[in-house]
Design a protein around this ligand. Sequence first.
Ligand SMILES: Cc1cc2nc3c(=O)[nH]c(=O)nc-3n(C[C@H](O)[C@H](O)[C@H](O)COP(=O)(O)OP(=O)(O)OC[C@H]3O[C@@H](n4cnc5c(N)ncnc54)[C@H](O)[C@@H]3O)c2cc1C
Length: 383
Amino acid sequence: MNIHGLRFCVIGGGIGGLATALALQVRGAQVTVLEQAAELTEVGAGLQISANGMTVLRALGVAEGRPAFGQKSFGTVLCDYRKGRVISRVPSPAAGSTYYYHRADLLDLLHKAALRAGVELCPGSRVTEVRKHPGEAEIVLEGGERLRAECVIAADGGRSAIRPILNGLETPAFTHQVAWRATIPWNRPEHMPRAALTMGPGRHVVTYPLRDQSQMNIVAIEERSDWHEEGWRLEGDPVDLRARFADFGGEVGDILAQVQNVNIWALFLRPVAEKWQNGRLALLGDAAHPTLPFMAQGACLALEDAWCLARAFEAQPGVAQALAAYESARKARARKVVAAAGSNARNFHLRGPMRLAAQAALMALGPRLAQRYEWIYSYDPTA
Ligand SMILES: Cc1cc2nc3c(=O)[nH]c(=O)nc-3n(C[C@H](O)[C@H](O)[C@H](O)COP(=O)(O)OP(=O)(O)OC[C@H]3O[C@@H](n4cnc5c(N)ncnc54)[C@H](O)[C@@H]3O)c2cc1C
């Protein structure tokens, strides 16, 4: 259909929302992004964007920035926790390199590109309700203001307030996993920067460089049962972090010793949504398919969604058909990637003899490990 002048409201100015707004606006739509935060800002943390996500960033014209914006990865080393011994080296996927982004940089790139394209960005706009009317939807903001649009995309994250409109109330489950996130200044640049995944019993740590290797990003995951509240970002205590990973040695031990500020997330999950759309309103990104971060695919899936949604509008005769086509194009893949991330939670945290057996298998597999997930990375939604 011709979406020239068609009014879209995108709820949420995260990676999924901004990419969607940009993909629709450049096709001629008139897009407004409603973001609850007063400013589109983000604290320090990294994101790995693999080839499937990079194809979308390139197609949107936001991946050509200075090298500091995206650090090309030369693979991943898998390490044992005690002394940091390298178990295996996993090369970059055949589909293409992963890039390490500071989340704030990626958001800033998308934000600026959306503004340049003519997207209207409305920070400080919290959506409380979306109502379906014949031919359009009505969006209600906190404070009572109302807007109308022919189509509404809810990219309002894993704690989406809009998802219950389509799927009813669901109680998120605590995954018994807690994520600590920090960045530290880094002054040991490598010729070929890579990520390190260091695995120990019940815990793992992922580190990779950011911003021309001037910073090191740290994600430390631990299994925990003592958390019952779904919290977004909380401030953590670096001393507590070090105590919980005190038996992690080698480079990762040195890195954890330098952490000054850390945030902590309890990882709660809802399942992949049963219903993604109702002909006027559609879910996108974490709102549709929250995932554990153990495949580093949440933002990549949101980018894929953005492109596939915009493409569906090109191919279908009306809004309802486009949203239905989007849902059917995305659901099975999202389920498969989310399941792969869930099984990594078990694989990374093995204990005792199971851990030793898994390490032997990883050593034997070596470079062939990259092939295992090629189905994720080689998917090109822009093809
Ligand atoms: C520890 C950790 C590490 C990760 N690492 C990676 C990685 O390396 N690679 C990767 O691809 N993914 C990674 N992810 C996942 C990734 O961060 C998310 O999947 C991604 O940010 C989802 O984007 P989104 O736009 O769907 O949602 P979000 O980024 O959550 O954005 C939602 C936006 O909606 C706004 N909002 C919410 N409610 C409302 C409302 N009612 N009205 C208006 N606005 C609203 C919010 O303020 C927010 O700005 C990681 C996640 C975690 C927790």
